[in-house]
Design a protein around this ligand. Structure first.
Ligand code: SF4
Length: 484
């Protein structure tokens, strides 16, 4: 739909458009001939907002008193004006579109940040819950979920440590829905050798930098791509570079992402155990053979069980990922996959919801694919939440994506005491994470407001190798400036 907006605060137009997109993802703000005409009057001094829709005639007005709470500062007050406008837009249009967005005015990737923001201000759990409902317009179920996750995360964040991410951007084939920095070994195997030379340089340089600046490393996460798609010797070599560079005994967590089960071998598991890895992620995404073929994964269900058997013979914490909403999958099929994964009894299960992404090879065809964006899938998600909780899994981190199916979210579940600290730190952005390898993102988190500065290594393994020496110097300089 097209929306004509008149407002005495034109600087709010991007915010108004963002709010409209929550309720109408195709919303476009236009100068003339809108399908809807809105008059938005903002009084910044009294935090008053009046919104009038001309046809049908609907109006909404609000004068915020809560922002006068002494715990808020000037920045919070500026932000609040945007929040009131968003709340008004959603309230005006929810009856017209017959939609009540469960996440209210929150459209970002990390809604749990709101919990920590309010907690830092000194609000209690009860006060946060009230604000999630009233100021942010969350549904009672989402407010409860966010509160539960935020409270659980508190003991993990606000520390003085850093973490390290190592990206290995290779996979056996590329999944059709993939938007990660990953190339297929079928076509790019010739790039592995130089990529590893670059990675060795970067691991050694990062080790020296951490020593120079006296960093305490809380966790290391080797992701990608699929790190275990390297051959056994190369994989063991990467682990040796890491164990030579960092004091592994002091880590709280050391994870290897082994997303593709067919890449897991006994030798790799033994190398992980010998190197102090204590968490592994094996990600079937579905337990339906037809779907595996349809999404471009060339492994079998038996491969999943074989990989799990190797892990079960160790003390590694096992995470398994599933995706709700894969093409041609009904909610019943997803629940069948979930029950099979629960029967495996991993310590962690991460439930993703499909969100079409621009970087996926399916991008252009997403509309034509049989994505069953039905209430049945949303209902299955609700059943999955209950099922996981019945089996002792608690939600411990959460993130959302643009255009995510059914306005849902991605949730990491864990048996109590096995939560992944890296996942929490990475999502809440309260800890600096140094990213090494292909497509790896370094996030420096600085100051009392947790300001985040980012740098991404090249995603292409060849470009990574060409630029690695230059990038090492640039990132070291920035780390010294920002963190020492
Ligand atoms: S296994 Fe993961 S990183 Fe590799 S292609 Fe599939 S989704 Fe992408």
């Amino acid at each position: 739909m097209r929306y004509k907006i008149e407002t005495n605060f034109p600087e709010q137009l991007p915010n108004i458009e963002a709010a409209l997109k929550i309720i109408d993802p195709q919303a476009q703000v236009v100068a003339d001939n809108g399908d809807f005409s809105l008059l938005i009057d903002i009084d910044a001094s009294s935090f008053g907002v009046k919104i009038q829709l001309s046809a049908p005639q609907v109006s909404w007005s609000f004068n915020d008193q809560e922002i006068n709470d002494r715990r808020y500062n000037l920045e919070d007050r500026k932000q609040r004006l945007k929040e009131i406008v968003r709340l008004g837009i959603i309230n005006i249009f929810k009856a017209i579109f017959d939609k009540n967005p469960p996440w209210g005015i929150l459209s970002g990737v990390r809604p749990t940040k709101i919990y920590h923001y309010l907690r830092d201000k000194g609000f209690s759990g009860q006060e946060i819950q009230e604000r999630l409902l009233q100021n942010y317009g969350l549904s009672p179920a989402k407010a409860k979920l966010l509160l539960e996750i935020g409270q659980l995360q508190e003991k993990f964040i606000n520390n003085q440590t850093i973490s390290i991410y190592v990206g290995i951007p290779f996979c056996p084939t590329r999944c059709h829905y993939c938007s990660f920095p990953a190339v297929s070994l079928e076509t790019h195997r010739h790039l592995v050798g130089n990529f590893l030379k670059g990675l060795e340089l970067e691991i050694k340089a990062t080790s020296a930098l951490c020593g120079e600046l006296g960093f305490n490393i809380e966790s290391i996460y080797i992701g990608g791509g699929t790190p275990t798609s390297l051959d056994d010797d190369s994989f063991a070599q990467v682990l040796r570079w890491i164990t030579d560079a960092f004091d592994i005994r002091r880590l709280s967590e050391f994870t290897v992402e082994a997303g593709r089960p067919e890449t897991v071998s006994k030798a790799k598991i033994e190398a992980m155990v010998a190197s102090g890895v204590n968490r592994i992620s094996i990600n079937p995404q579905t337990m339906q053979t037809a779907t595996l073929r349809g999404i471009g994964r060339n492994h079998s269900i038996a491969d999943i069980y074989n990989a799990v058997d190797l892990v079960k013979a160790t003390n590694l914490i096992l995470n398994m990922d599933l995706i709700l909403g894969l093409p041609n999958e009904t909610g019943t099929m997803f629940l069948d996959s979930l029950q099979k994964v629960i029967a495996i009894d991993p310590e962690n299960i991460t439930v993703h919801t499909l969100a079409p992404k621009r970087a996926a090879s399916w991008h252009k065809e997403f509309d034509e694919l049989n994505l069953l964006q039905s209430q049945e899938l949303v209902n299955a998600h609700g059943i999955a939440v209950d099922l996981l909780q019945q089996h002792g899994f608690i939600p411990y981190y959460l993130y959302r994506q643009r255009a995510i199916l059914g306005d849902l979210e991605n949730i990491g579940y864990a048996k109590r005491g096995t939560e992944s600290v890296y996942n929490i730190q990475m999502m809440e952005e309260r800890q600096t994470i140094l990213g090494l390898g292909g497509g790896a993102v370094t996030k420096w988190v600085v100051g009392p407001d947790f300001k985040v500065s980012r740098h991404q290594n090249p995603k292409c393994p060849a470009t990574y190798y060409q630029r690695v020496s230059e990038d090492i110097v640039k990132k070291a300089q920035l780390t010294r400036i920002l963190l020492s």
